[in-house]
Design a protein around this ligand. Sequence first.
Ligand SMILES: [Zn+2]
Ligand SMILES: [Zn+2]
Length: 173
Amino acid sequence: MRLIVSDIPDDGLNMEADLQITVREDSEKENAHVSIDVHRYGKRVLIKGIAGMSSLFTCSRCLKQFYLPLRADFEEEFLPEPEVNKTVEQELTAEELESGFYSGDEINVEDLIREEMLLAVPMKPLCKPDCRGICPKCGKDLNDGPCGCKEDEIDSRLMPLKKIKESFKYRKE
Ligand SMILES: [Zn+2]
Ligand SMILES: [Zn+2]
């Protein structure tokens, strides 16, 4: 989905589309529904929109695969890419730093949506906020109920505390 800058009418335009994008390196492309409002002021282009998709993730605690809904609300400004000499000899202005760039007469909307969607991806995706994960000892999915090794786990966690208490005892004596 490419936007031709010189084709944008003075009163702007609205586009609605389904794009095939991928938010994970290893994944198949998935469908993102996109709705954008585009305005052009001279060569400056403002794109406002929302995008939503459901992407298959692996839960970082229980390792189950699940579909995570992703949503992005964005407003992005695009300027024509600065001339080569300019980037070498002059620093970018504050306005340019906050903007995206387009080269030629085209803006690649797919790239924009992909970037916005990536921002919506959590660092550690969870199948549900209170996912209990899997037991590090026996590998049982603790969402299905507790496993037999829970007692040992608590003991080993208390060990360092016991040692600290013992060292305090020594100091008192
Ligand atoms: Zn999980
Ligand atoms: Zn276990």
